[in-house]
Design a protein around this ligand. Structure first.
Ligand SMILES: C[S@@+](CC[C@H](N)C(=O)[O-])C[C@H]1O[C@@H](n2cnc3c(N)ncnc32)[C@H](O)[C@@H]1O
Ligand code: SF4
Length: 455
């Protein structure tokens, strides 16, 4: 099928942008390894969806008549430049377009953001660039256009292979659309496709769900995320469960399904490298790995979060940055100030260590001694956790491991991480308070001051 004039032009433009990005990468300069504060991952939030799913409370909007994409694109580009400047980050290791439904965005938008990044920082040609994609009935051309724009990994929100469940979830696609999208994605992005499958839906039974998982394994080879439904206040599913229209999900059944699911995946050769994430053939998501290893990341777009050390301030702590939620307000702020940061929160040392524990233990590697030392050079993992009776109990039960490699969950422990974290975080706080009598607290920098200083 021929492309119309406008579409043909846009296709060529997108491809050129992607080529320019690679040219930037091929300047021949072999980038010197940057210090950790000058490296980061980049998250880009696309805030729009076609329709609200019944379970979702993410920061997403339905734009009547479609979003103002040109303005949004220009704001994303501006904010990327500003945050790269404010952070002093010189190397972007990975980019993740999440949402909302970023597969509804134009590939131009993706290409424009990547080009802005590649102009302001070093973006290696092989860096992971992921796009979250919702299944559609004719996925091929759009997915190919995203590939031409610089995307090299897809995360597909498949959710279920049962049409009745998909309707309950308020999805706009069928199981057959999902499989078709998956097939196209694998053809276009071999070895770099992930699928999201939900579990623990109202009235869902373990047997049929496991059969869905088995069927999915015939169609996906690399990466899979299992998400247990969390019933979120304010969603239609929450209201229906509250009013008794739908049975509330049974947490014990969901835990059983998760346990059986991870066993099936293990037998199929998948490594459970994180609580919800499974990869074969080394196809881990390097972007998400950065989050779990407490690496730096910049977040652009409405409601995006970031974590980085601002540049130019001696011994400044890492900050949590939160961008303004609502797209129109965010755009106004970006136009005025160059960024739409609503809140900057300096992280105390204790808060940073708490994140390091809570996120690091989500992975199968856990927290290595070397990793811990980067954040806390004085107290070792043994000092903090080795002497605690409560932690020793968890070690003896075989839920946790503390050895020459570091601290991590066992296979059994990973499934009950939340219950272990309470003990570990209390222990960390106890040791910290003994060491520093004034506990660190969150202190937000007022936004007006933030904007005025353009930081
Ligand atoms: C926010 S969505 C964005 C991706 C894309 N818009 C989609 O729906 O496929 C990312 C993933 O989070 C998961 N998710 C969203 N809300 C959830 C909830 N309440 N409980 C469990 N998983 C959820 C879904 O599996 C979804 O694929
Ligand atoms: S699950 Fe995805 S498509 Fe559905 S409302 Fe949330 S972000 Fe949008």
């Amino acid at each position: 099928m021929g492309l119309s004039g406008a579409r043909a032009r846009s296709w060529v433009a997108v491809t050129k942008v992607a080529q320019r990005r690679h040219l930037v990468d091929r300047t021949g300069e072999s980038p010197s390894p940057e210090p950790a504060t000058r490296r980061a991952a980049l998250y880009v939030h696309w805030p729009y969806c076609q329709k609200r799913c019944s379970y979702c409370n993410f920061n997403k909007y339905i734009a009547r008549g479609g979003p103002e994409e040109e303005a949004l694109r220009s704001c994303l580009v501006t904010e990327a430049r500003t945050l790269l400047r404010l952070s002093g980050v010189r190397r972007i290791e990975s980019v993740f377009f999440g949402g909302g439904t970023p597969s509804l965005a134009s590939p131009h938008t993706v290409a424009a953001v990547l080009e802005a990044v590649a102009q302001a920082a070093y973006l290696p040609a092989d860096s992971e660039v992921t796009l979250e994609a919702n299944p559609t009935s004719a996925p091929g051309p759009r997915l190919a256009a995203f590939g031409a724009a610089g995307v090299n990994r897809l995360s597909i929100g498949l959710q279920s292979l049962d049409d009745t469940e998909l309707q309950l979830l308020g999805r706009t696609h069928s199981a057959s659309d999902a499989l078709q999208t998956l097939a196209e994605a694998r053809r276009l992005f071999p070895g770099r496709v992930s699928v999201d499958l939900m579990l623990g839906l109202p009235a869902q039974k373990a047997g049929p769900w496991l059969r869905q998982l088995q069927e999915l394994l015939c169609h996906c080879d690399d990466h899979l995320s299992l998400y247990q439904l969390s019933l979120e206040r304010g969603t239609s599913l929450f209201t229906q469960a509250q009013q008794g229209i739908l049975p509330a999900p049974d947490p014990e059944l969901a835990a059983e399904m998760y346990q059986e699911g991870r066993t099936v995946l293990r037998e199929a050769g998948f490594r459970q490298y994180e609580v919800s994430n499974f990869a074969r053939n080394g196809a881990l998501s390097t972007h998400n790995w950065t989050y779990w290893q407490c690496g730096q990341y910049l977040g652009i777009g409405p409601g995006a979060h970031g974590r980085f050390v601002p540049q130019g301030v001696e011994d400044h702590p890492r900050e949590a940055r939160i961008q303004t939620l609502e797209p129109d307000h965010w755009m106004k702020e970006v136009k005025l100030f160059g960024h739409g940061t609503r809140k900057r929160v300096p992280l105390s040392k204790l808060e940073l260590l708490e994140e390091c524990v809570a996120l690091g233990l989500r992975t199968d590697v856990g927290i290595t001694h070397q990793h811990w030392q980067q954040f806390e050079p004085q107290l070792t993992l043994w000092d903090v956790f080795g002497a605690s009776t409560e932690v020793k109990d968890l070690l003896e039960q075989g839920l946790l491991l503390l050895d020459h490699r570091g601290l991590r969950c066992s296979w059994e422990g990973l499934a009950v991480l939340d219950s272990l974290l309470l003990t570990l975080l209390l222990r960390l706080q106890e040791v910290w308070q003994q060491r520093t009598p004034v506990p660190g607290g969150w202190s937000a920098v007022p936004v007006s001051q933030d904007k005025a200083r353009q930081t």
